[in-house]
Design a protein around this ligand. Structure first.
Ligand code: SFD
Ligand code: AMP
Length: 622
């Protein structure tokens, strides 16, 4: 076996991941752990300051209720989220996040995040729920606060350690194992409770950006399904695994559209200038009641655009020039004021990208696009798995103790596995938390995890550490053993390398599970064939080989992606209807069936078998 040192870390609470949810969990858990003489350890595969989805920064905070100022009610938010997800959301979870989210935002501001304010000192709203920020350093600021809280408690933050999977002691989580991506070290973490907060999954489907653009995606390519893998392998019940998210973005560099639609009030049009949201309004009747309530659900907005593309009316465009002109219109009689307003709008347009998707600004520059002069192409991205945005996949967690909810079996945000907590992208059926809600949910989960530890203050057993090490480092051994069998180490009958493995996974998903190439359409027979191919891919996963620690990380990332892929394909197959056209369309069951399928689909993986069940959607708020 590879001659790597084994590092054993014993702690009370282990936080896996260092994104928005984990940062929230760290702040809160550090406080409560210090009060109770407990230890907290946070492990991130990257550098905490710039890891996860917010690494590049953001230009808006998408969940801010403004509850204290009377802007909105919590009930309004719950109804908005459920409507956007075509009726499928957990009221208790969404409500719980909504009631805590404003305090996370106020903390961000206190920690130094610049939030736009108007002349009365009120936050500038992008849309009803979103506020504008100068967010290039958003993640650095949030991570710094978490680091301070951890340092104050004398707790460790371990960076550049990749978590491979959970360690179980019967039905209770006992810790996690992983390896350093910089040093030859294998890690075993022993803990009384674990927070699985390693984000969502990207590059499960073949991306639009291939070849020279490979790696470019809307969501970060380094979020590779580790939370889903961790919770699934731990035996946790999962929910909404069919609800992928497909955002519409500025084409090729994936620049955000929210500011254009909501702040600049821009229209999206086809190549011939038709506005699909207007011209295809009738189609929304087919998706009643959700299609008839504003805001129209994100998947239906996508779908109307896709219908244009299907009819050869593409490319689709964001009418940026028209939107900027419209906003400046009011200043037209005063040339000086008009010029100033145009300059401000141009600056805001560029800043929107520079704050969170720098490459889109570069692409605009490279293509001579002046947003105030010409429209700019938009397109539906490849599918992603993220429970925190407008998708819904993730673990099925217990509702908060103080709310009347049928979904309650333990500590708030605990999975169906004892001691295992999650938040952010890792938790399903509670979409639209975004950066702020993920942080708030992380805080809540972190506090609940400490409460669990106080009630279950014993260390579970971690079992055979050497066996875990052999599994985790297996690809290194395989490479060493067989690399000289051929003259080109790329091509070898005894192993496959993670890059080719990933391409194979992505091709299967793209062609059989409704990716870009199949215009987001699939069917029972396609899914069944996809499962056959996934089963063969799983066999070959045993043969993954890695030349060094970086490639070892790539191996495991792809095993994690494959697990997310299988849960997704099986769940789409189980749900015999089409509920989220625009995310995916099951051509053999092309309509929505409220009577039989207005429910959650949950799945569990145990002893090599998947089981599926329907769970009622219970309305807790009128
Ligand atoms: O405009 C391991 N998001 C937006 N949220 C907003 O509030 N406003 C916006 O403007 C947003 N937009 C947006 C957003 C994201 C991206 C990428 C873009 C634009 C381009 C969404 C939020 O960012 C998102 O909701 C939260 O960040 C989710 O939080 P969380 O904690 O669930 O995930 P994370 O932050 O990505 O962190 C994941 C962490 O896990 C680590 N990790 N660590 C150890 N071992 C492993 N195996 C690991 N695998 C992953 C990562 O390093 C990271 O620390 S807009 O488009 O809507
Ligand atoms: P996006 O940049 O698409 O992620 O959008 C940011 C926020 O604006 C999210 O809360 C979206 O749900 C919301 N949003 C984006 N476009 C629209 C739209 N056309 N109508 C309503 N809400 C939107």
């Amino acid at each position: 076996m590879a001659n790597w040192e084994t590092v054993e870390v014993t702690t009370d609470l282990l936080i896996c991941g260092g994104g928005m949810a984990a940062a929230g969990a760290a702040v809160e858990a550090a406080y409560w752990a210090q009060k109770n003489g407990l230890q907290v350890t946070l492990v991130d595969k990257a550098a905490f300051d710039r890891s996860g989805a917010v690494a590049m920064g953001l230009s808006a905070i998408n969940e801010y209720i403004g509850y204290g100022a009377g802007d909105n009610t919590l009930e309004d938010y719950v109804n908005y989220v459920k409507q956007d997800l075509m009726g499928i959301a957990r009221d208790d979870l969404v409500y719980n996040i909504a009631r805590h989210v404003d305090s996370s935002v106020h903390l961000f501001e206190k920690w130094g995040l610049p939030i736009w304010t108007d002349e009365n000192g009120k936050y500038v709203r992008e849309g009803r729920w979103q506020i504008m920020i100068n967010g290039e350093s958003y993640k650095v600021i949030v991570a710094e606060a978490a680091k301070n809280a951890m340092t104050e408690g004398g707790f460790d933050i371990i960076e550049r350690v990749f978590i491979v999977g959970p360690i179980m002691d019967g039905d209770r989580v006992a810790g996690a194992y992983g390896f350093s991506t910089r040093e030859d070290k294998f890690y075993v973490f022993r803990a009384k409770a674990v927070c699985a907060m390693m984000g969502g999954a990207v590059h499960v489907f073949r991306p639009r950006s291939v070849g020279e653009g490979l790696g470019r995606s809307w969501y970060p390519p380094f979020n590779s399904g580790s939370t889903a893998f961790f919770t699934i392998v731990a035996g946790a019940e999962m929910t909404c695994q069919e609800i992928r998210f497909i955002p519409v973005r500025f084409k090729d560099a994936y620049g955000p559209v929210g500011a254009w639609f909501l702040l600049f009030k821009s229209r999206a049009t086809s190549a011939t200038g038709g506005e699909y949201m207007v011209e295809r309004k009738e189609e929304l009747q087919n998706w009643a009641p959700y299609g008839l309530v504003k805001p129209i659900p994100a998947n239906l907005r996508n779908y109307l655009g896709m219908l244009d593309v299907d009819e050869g009316l593409g490319p689709l465009y964001m009418e940026t020039a028209e939107a900027i002109q419209n906003l400046a219109e009011a200043y037209k009689d005063d040339p000086k004021a008009f010029k100033k307003k145009m300059k401000t709008l141009e600056a805001e347009a560029w800043e929107d990208f520079l704050d969170m998707t720098v490459s889109q600004a570069i692409l605009w520059a490279a293509n001579n696009i002046y947003p105030e002069q010409s429209r700019s192409e938009i397109a539906a991205c490849e599918p992603y798995f993220i429970g925190s945005h407008s998708g819904g996949s993730g673990a099925w967690v217990s509702g908060p103790e103080d709310l009347e909810t049928p979904y309650k079996w333990g500590y708030g945000n605990m999975c169906t596995v004892q001691g295992l907590f999650s938040a952010g992208d890792g938790v399903g059926a509670s979409s639209h938390k975004f950066s702020s809600g993920s942080h708030a949910e992380g805080r809540f989960a972190g506090k609940e995890a400490i409460r669990f530890i106080l009630d279950n203050n014993n260390l579970p057993e971690v079992g055979d550490v050497e066996a875990l090490k052999a599994t985790a480092l297996g690809p290194l051994d395989r490479f060493e053993e067989f690399k000289d069998f051929t003259t080109d180490p790329e091509i070898n009958p005894n192993y496959l390398r993670p890059m080719s493995f990933m391409f194979r996974l992505q091709k299967i998903m793209d062609e059989y599970a409704g990716g870009v190439v199949s215009a987001f359409k699939t069917s029972k027979s396609l899914l069944e064939r996809g499962l056959e191919l996934l089963a063969m891919l799983a066999e070959d996963a045993e043969k993954l080989a890695a030349e060094d620690s970086y490639e070892l990380e790539r191996c495991w990332e792809n095993v994690h992606r494959m697990c997310q892929a299988e849960a997704h394909v099986r769940t789409i197959l189980f749900r015999e209807e089409t509920r989220w056209p625009g995310y995916y369309f099951r051509a053999d069951t092309p309509t929505m069936d409220e009577e039989n399928w207005k429910c959650f689909v949950n799945c569990t993986y145990k002893d090599g078998e998947w089981t599926f069940e329907k769970k009622d959607v219970v309305d807790l708020i009128g």
